[in-house]
Design a protein. Structure first.
Length: 300
């Protein structure tokens, strides 16, 4: 009998039960609980010198130039507090806009064209709130998501997404798989909009932003640009940033237009670099709000 597996199952069921309970709490209470748990985890990890703490120290020194150990520890605690809040806000994230906790900037960029839209984003702030932007502006979108192994955590995430953008209203959720590409193509053939995260993880490696690493133009960004060209789509970058306790702002940037007088390879490289730089700026705006910070290995 594998007691580790049984223990994990019990833990995840308990976690799901807590998430179900959080759905009934005031938003600020749910968020504050996550912040407390995140800070506690950070201080415990710092005390026990966990590997992820060492990686965070290295990343903050390399990306932000912070040489003071104590200053880096403050950001590590802030990062874990943010991630803790994200976790406990999931069950209530669909209520945030209704309570005036989501501000949207740059919405005029969504009405520049009737062409299908390719939304490019990153895991900053509470990225799930971008679904609320899609709902408010009636942009029926397909989301390609990573079907994580933990079914209960995935259920919490999908419940949050479907509360904002239900499939009965025309939204689509496509799990990453061998058949995902075919589903995406069928969706785009009918003039659908597509939502893609540029800062993806592949084989434990974060492909974007490059942060001056020698990474070939591949992955989601490269695929997105090819799709945009083939299906005459607008590329619209947008991201979310935390502005307070359980308060966020979604920022929609001007569309990136493809150029007809440039050869495909050069065009893909130019747009890939532009998007990578944009994602890097989003991340460095407040690096503590970036989901991948503790998992990024700059040596790879």
């Amino acid at each position: 009998m594998n007691y580790n597996v049984i223990g994990k199952k019990i833990y995840y069921k308990g976690e799901f039960a807590v998430a179900s309970f959080l759905a009934y709490l005031p938003i600020t209470w749910a968020s504050a609980l996550g912040g407390y748990l995140g800070r506690r985890k950070a201080r415990k990890g710092i005390q026990k010198q966990r590997k992820w703490v060492t990686r965070l120290h290295h990343n903050l020194q390399q990306l932000e130039g912070i040489n003071q150990h104590a200053a880096r520890e403050k950001i590590i605690i802030k990062h874990l507090e943010h991630m803790g809040r994200i976790s406990t806000e999931y069950p209530v994230v669909h209520r945030m806009a209704n309570e005036g906790r989501l501000t949207i900037e740059g919405a005029h960029h969504l009405s520049h064209s009737d062409r299908p839209k390719l939304i490019i984003s990153a895991h900053t702030g509470h990225w799930e709130l971008l679904a609320e932007v899609m709902r408010q502006y009636k942009i029926l979108t397909a989301y390609v998501y990573d079907p994580i192994e933990n079914d209960l955590r995935l259920k919490v995430a999908m419940n949050a997404r479907r509360r904002m953008c239900p499939e009965r209203d025309g939204y689509k959720y496509i799990p990453a798989s061998r058949s995902a590409g075919r589903e995406v193509v069928n969706w785009l053939k009918d003039g659908g909009n597509l939502f893609i995260f540029g800062d993806e993880e592949v084989n434990s490696n974060i492909l974007a932003p490059a942060f001056h690493r020698d990474i070939p133009h591949s992955g989601n960004l490269a695929k997105a640009i090819k799709l945009a060209k083939k299906y005459n789509m607008q590329i619209i970058p947008m991201h979310v940033k935390r502005t307070g306790n359980a308060r966020y702002t979604a920022v929609i940037d001007a569309p990136l237009e493809l150029m007809s007088d440039v050869d495909p390879k050069t065009q893909q490289e130019r747009i890939s670099v532009a998007l990578d730089n944009m994602i890097e700026n989003w991340v460095l705006e407040d690096i503590s709000q970036w989901y991948w910070l503790a998992k990024l290995d700059l040596k790879r």
